[in-house]
Design a protein around this ligand. Structure first.
Ligand SMILES: Nc1ncnc2c1ncn2[C@@H]1O[C@H](COP(=O)(O)OP(=O)(O)O)[C@@H](O)[C@H]1O
Ligand SMILES: O=P(O)(O)OC[C@H]1O[C@](O)(COP(=O)(O)O)[C@@H](O)[C@@H]1O
Ligand SMILES: [Mg+2]
Length: 491
């Protein structure tokens, strides 16, 4: 049963350029597994739904804006309940683990996996792994029942705890095997999904009947393929409170400047959407958009102009912005956290000091700067209503997929439809704000800030990111502006 060769992507092609990037299934390496009727068909809540079960051939298109002669392109398997399942409810022993940084909605996902397994499939054995990946072999477990998780969606954080580092694949899979766990639900960001992918590989190599399902989590919204990650909406909403405070402070004094630092290690989505939503922001700086301080077209010149025009200004800066400028002036670079993520210098403090230094040196005008750092406040809150509903759908889709025998997948919405996405597509790169696309142009036009780009930069950048820009001709609020720099699109 066990197989030592590494997993090869399952790709199915069809007519007119149709490609299905399928996810693994337990029967790929354990043939002849028995199937069972899905208990949902006798569930009073669900049996009223016409066509409740997903058609086996349903798939979700990755690109929905097409031209007359466009090939049909890449598709993913549609998420949802199947007529046949590969586990008997009494035989299921599921576990849930949360890894990486916090994000609003973690508790809702945990709650809905537990309740989904209990109420939809009659599964009674669900274990919580305490403290992230290392919890599999170094910590206690928690028994999870609908009663235990009933109220947890109203709390921030994760009731299971989380951690960075500590991924020991063999010890984790040994623990899964020793405990008789056969469904593993792994909630976490890009690092976590990388970890989930190697756990799946090892489980497959050992020939175990264990389904591995990933639920993508990242407050930075930098996971590719999926429309957006849970908690992002809540974080953007929470960021408004900090921006409002910065605006009130700035407005109340002579030449007031409010500086707000928001999360975004490599991708500036939180800063960009928080700025667009607020309309009180005069300048937004993100990692994808290099900027400079001095001289014509620089930040200082713009600040002076705004203060002269308006008497106050608000600047939003993502934590990963301007790191190249900081590294010139601050030593101790190259430090990493336990997961290997680069540790960043505090750009908010740095830029605040630079602005203060500039104005005191120039002695041109009185200036009052207030720096607000709501970093952890925007991710430690409970998820808002829309994220709660979204988390429920993610959790249920993951449960349906695992019960149907799919494994080695991450679940997430692609153009509004939930799909099962193979791990390799989620972990092969990150999603970034494309500064030559329309959403960033909207931001520039709403703040009036300089683009800090020369015409030459724009031409070079456009040629790199041509495909998504070319095909983008609708004006909807969409993620079309988000592309993965590391992945080449073939449409
Ligand atoms: N390449 C990898 N292989 C295996 N495990 C990994 C890998 N990268 C990260 N991990 C593990 O995933 C967990 C979470 O990763 P981290 O980067 O901290 O957060 P996130 O999942 O939110 O990106 C950590 O326990 C880390 O050890
Ligand atoms: O201080 P911590 O807990 O390491 O988290 C900080 C980092 O977490 C992030 O929110 C991203 O976290 P993930 O990698 O867990 O998604 C970054 O924006 C931030 O730099
Ligand atoms: Mg990460």
């Amino acid at each position: 049963m066990g197989t030592s060769d590494s997993y090869k992507p399952k790709t199915v092609t069809g007519s007119a350029g149709y490609v299905l990037e399928d996810v693994p299934h337990l029967i790929d390496y354990i043939p002849d597994l028995p199937t069972y009727t899905n208990p949902l068909q006798d569930n009073p809540s669900y049996s009223v739904v016409k066509q409740y079960f997903v058609n086996a051939d349903d798939s979700v298109a990755q690109k929905i804006v097409v031209h007359k002669d466009s090939p049909r392109g890449t598709h993913f398997r549609r998420a949802g309940p199947r007529q046949k399942v590969y586990f008997e409810p009494d035989d299921v022993h599921a576990c849930i683990v949360t890894c990486g940084g916090l994000c609003p909605g973690l508790n809702t996902v945990i709650r809905e996996i537990v309740c989904g397994l209990y109420h939809m499939y009659g599964v009674k054995k669900v274990l919580g792994i305490d403290g992230g990946y290392r919890g599999f072999y170094a910590r206690n477990t928690v028994t999870l029942t609908p009663k235990v998780v009933n109220d947890i969606h109203k709390r921030g954080g994760t009731i299971l705890g989380s951690s960075r580092g500590g991924h020991d694949t063999n010890k984790i899979v040994d623990s899964i095997q020793d405990r008789g766990i056969n469904q593993v639900y792994i909630i976490g960001g890009d690092g976590t999904q990388r970890g989930a992918s190697v756990i799946f590989e090892e489980i497959r190599r050992r020939g175990l009947k264990v389904a591995v399902a990933g639920i993508p989590k990242t407050i930075d919204n930098d996971i590719p393929v999926i429309d957006r990650s849970f908690g992002f909406d809540t974080a953007v909403e929470e960021a408004q409170r900090a921006i409002n405070a910065a605006h009130v402070e700035a407005e109340s004094v002579e030449n007031g400047i409010g500086v707000v630092k928001l999360m975004g290690r490599y991708s500036g989505f939180i800063a960009m959407y928080a700025t667009l939503a607020s309309r009180d922001v005069d300048c937004c700086l993100i990692p994808e958009s290099p900027f400079y301080l001095e001289g014509p077209g620089g930040l200082f010149e713009y600040i002076e102009k705004r203060l002269k025009e308006n008497g106050h200004m608000v600047l939003v800066i993502a934590e990963g912005a301007g790191q190249d400028l900081l590294s010139e002036s601050i030593q101790s670079m190259g430090k990493q956290d336990a997961s290997g993520n680069k540790l960043l210098q505090d750009v908010g403090l740095w830029i605040s000091q630079k602005i203060k230094d500039h104005f005191s040196k120039q002695n041109k005008m009185v200036m009052n700067l207030k720096y607000i750092d709501p970093t952890y406040m925007i991710r430690a809150v409970p998820s808002n209503a829309s994220d709660n509903v979204y988390c429920t759908l993610l959790a249920h889709s993951a449960v349906h997929g695992a019960m149907a025998g799919y494994t080695g997948f991450t679940v997430g919405p692609v153009n509004g439809r939930h799909a099962y996405i193979p791990f390799y597509r989620i972990i092969e790169g990150q999603k970034y704000v494309v500064i030559t696309d329309r959403m960033w142009a909207r931001l520039l036009s709403s703040t009036n800030q300089p683009s800090f780009l020369s015409a030459k930069d724009v031409i070079e950048d456009k040629s790199e990111d041509e495909p998504p820009t070319q095909i983008l001709d609708d004006e909807q609020y969409s993620d079309d502006n988000m592309v993965n720099k590391d992945v080449s699109y073939t449409f």
